[in-house]
Design a protein around this ligand. Structure first.
Ligand SMILES: Nc1ncnc2c1ncn2[C@@H]1O[C@H](COP(=O)(O)OP(=O)(O)OP(=O)(O)O)[C@@H](O)[C@H]1O
Ligand SMILES: [Mg+2]
Length: 253
């Protein structure tokens, strides 16, 4: 039997009053796939993400996780299904230490049962040196997050999500405001998600970033899917051309 998708949306629509943010959207994310979502301001990208994370309920349509249709998806349900979101701004709690940020709210629910503070710190050190590649001796498990750069914060958030067995990590504009070197690191973390055998939805206004890390690219235009491509099907130039065409005519035809 064919493997089901990690996530499938069928015919999803959502309006806010007069504004129809999403129109009959179909979206599939494979079990080990990075899907890049591209679209202009107001195309509906964040609305789509908020539906997947259970923050908004769609007006119509179906949401299917690993082949199972889920009714009345809530934030708690989405999280239990392995959905984690990494936002630039709200990735971490600045005034807290690194170890608290990684284990916050999960001390007793991790796959290890209850860990004491000493074990949590040791585990945090291991994650930082190993997974995050932190080499600075100035940073320890007890460092406050406030001194971290934007890219480092997102790295922590992604490693945390992978550590707690997220199946689908959603990144909404993660490179916004990052320096070039930080962006490069962030894109590497997205590749780590893929290497860990998990899935991601990656939203970015920068088509180069999306083309770099995505296996498949979905173009959203005014709330509808205007096109969908496997990355190995087209070149970056061809993608740019299609995006221009969609922006001008609203469709690929
Ligand atoms: N809570 C809301 N109430 C009313 N309108 C909303 C709400 N959320 C989104 N919208 C509208 O839905 C449309 C899509 O917005 P959305 O934030 O999903 O776009 P986006 O693709 O994420 O844009 P951006 O690239 O600017 O982040 C916009 O017209 C927006 O004003
Ligand atoms: Mg948005």
């Amino acid at each position: 039997m064919e493997q089901p998708y990690r996530l499938e949306l069928r015919n999803v629509s959502k309006s806010f009053g007069e504004v129809q943010s999403l129109r009959n959207v179909d979206l599939r994310v494979g079990m080990n796939e990075v899907v890049g979502l591209l679209g202009d301001n107001g195309a509906g990208k964040s609305t789509l993400i908020k539906i997947i994370t259970g923050y908004h309920q769609p007006d119509s349509g179906e949401i299917i996780f690993a082949g199972q249709k889920v009714d009345n998806l809530t934030v708690a349900k989405a999280r239990a299904l392995g959905v984690e979101t990494v936002y630039q701004e709200r990735a971490l709690a600045d005034q807290q230490t690194l170890w608290r940020n990684i284990f916050m709210g999960r001390e007793i629910t991790g796959r290890f049962g209850f860990l004491n503070t000493k074990q949590i710190r040791a585990e945090t050190e291991r994650l930082m040196r190993g997974e995050l590649g932190f080499t600075s001796s100035a940073v320890s498990a007890s460092s406050e997050i406030v001194g971290f750069s934007g890219g480092e914060k997102q790295g922590v958030a992604i490693v945390r999500a992978l550590y707690f067995q997220a199946e689908l990590i959603i990144l909404d504009e993660p490179t916004m405001g990052l320096a070039l070197s930080e962006t490069r690191k962030l894109l590497n973390f997205v590749r780590d998600i893929k290497r860990a055998g998990k899935s991601a939805i990656f939203i970015d206004h920068n088509v180069f970033h999306v083309f770099d890390v995505a296996d498949r690219i979905v173009l959203l235009d005014r709330g509808a899917v205007a096109g969908e491509f496997r990355k190995d099907e087209l070149t970056l130039d061809q993608l740019l051309e299609k995006m221009h065409h969609v922006a001008e005519t609203g469709s690929l035809d």
